[in-house]
Design a protein around this ligand. Structure first.
Ligand code: NCD
Length: 303
């Protein structure tokens, strides 16, 4: 039970989430109702969020689940209660599913130790963001028809990115070749811990790529020495018409959002025919429906 990350998920489970999400996508297009689930979810978010929060809320409501949202300023943590005690309280309240977003890596795992229902990781620090990676995978599969042998360049602030980590695990399990492309200060300290190729040069990193995924500079997680100059970063690492010319002609341009136009990518890339930014958001809802439905099946003992 619980979806805490992609790293330890077998490929068959990843494929099962996407297959289920496709059923929800078809139902949304045809207007068919989807089976409703009785139960309660609670979004416990300790970081700001637009798309992930709305996406989980829409997914829960489409499945008929009750859904409450707790922001950091309105939780008892602001009165000094520990994270574990807050989670335990939500357990005593009888909630079935906790969806957690937190600035510290490992908090979703901690919550799962205390909570007797199911926990879904909505992003924990620089660690994992499993539902984003699954939505991105669904997007690549629908545009490219498969992932085997695809070259995927993830470009930008990798060291602070849970999206980069979850995508690296997910896409390599699905047979893609993943590259981390960033200035040396924005690469993980030990890149060999990931199943990826590493480039600190954009031209080499983008050469013949099938997919380019741009990431935001996560200034809220940086310390002073991580980024020399923004102008220099943009000049050397921006995903734009010039840099994309090095990738394959039918390259997909992805971004998990929120994007800073004119920094990690320019408008010609963000609005190009190969851009999948809107699809990633839409697929996020279907994937989160699939994840919630599966978690509730496990919780009720049907899976
Ligand atoms: C990302 C996140 O929060 O990890 N956004 C998202 O959930 N779609 C990336 C980011 O904040 O830059």
């Amino acid at each position: 039970m619980s979806l805490l990350g992609i790293r330890h998920l077998p490929r068959e489970e990843i494929e099962d989430y996407v297959a289920r999400a496709r059923v929800y996508q078809k139902a949304a297009v045809s207007g068919e109702p989807v089976p409703q689930i009785e139960g309660s979810t609670c979004l416990l978010f300790f970081e700001v969020s637009t798309r992930t929060r709305i996406s989980f809320e829409r997914a829960a409501r489409r499945l008929g689940l009750q859904c409450t949202y707790i922001a950091p300023s309105t939780s008892s943590i602001s009165k000094g209660e520990s994270f574990r005690d807050t989670v335990a309280t939500l357990d005593y309240e009888g909630l079935d599913c906790l969806i957690i977003r937190h600035p510290c890596a490992g908090t979703a795992h901690q919550a799962a130790e205390v909570f007797s229902g199911t926990v879904v990781n909505g992003g924990d620090g620089c660690h994992e963001h499993p539902t984003q990676a699954l939505a991105d995978l669904m997007t690549v599969l629908s545009r490219k028809g498969g992932t085997e042998g695809l070259v995927v360049a993830i470009v930008g602030d990798i060291v602070h990115s849970r999206v980069a980590r979850s995508n690296a695990w997910c896409l390599t399990k699905m047979g893609a070749h993943v590259r981390f492309v960033a200035p040396a200060t924005l690469l993980p300290k030990d890149p060999s811990a990931f199943p990826v190729e590493v480039h600190d040069n954009l031209a080499a990193g983008l050469a013949d790529a099938d997919v380019v995924m741009a990431l935001r500079l996560q200034r809220e997680r940086m310390n002073g020495s991580d980024l020399g100059s923004l102008t220099e970063y943009t000049e050397h690492f921006q995903v734009n018409g010039t840099s994309l010319a090095l990738a394959k002609e039918d390259v997909l341009v992805m971004h998990p959002g929120p994007m800073n136009r004119g920094v990690e990518l320019d408008s010609s890339a963000a609005d190009s025919p190969g851009s999948t930014i809107h699809e990633q958001v839409e697929n996020g809802v279907y994937i989160r429906m699939a994840v919630l439905a599966k978690e509730f099946e496990k919780l009720r003992g049907d899976a």
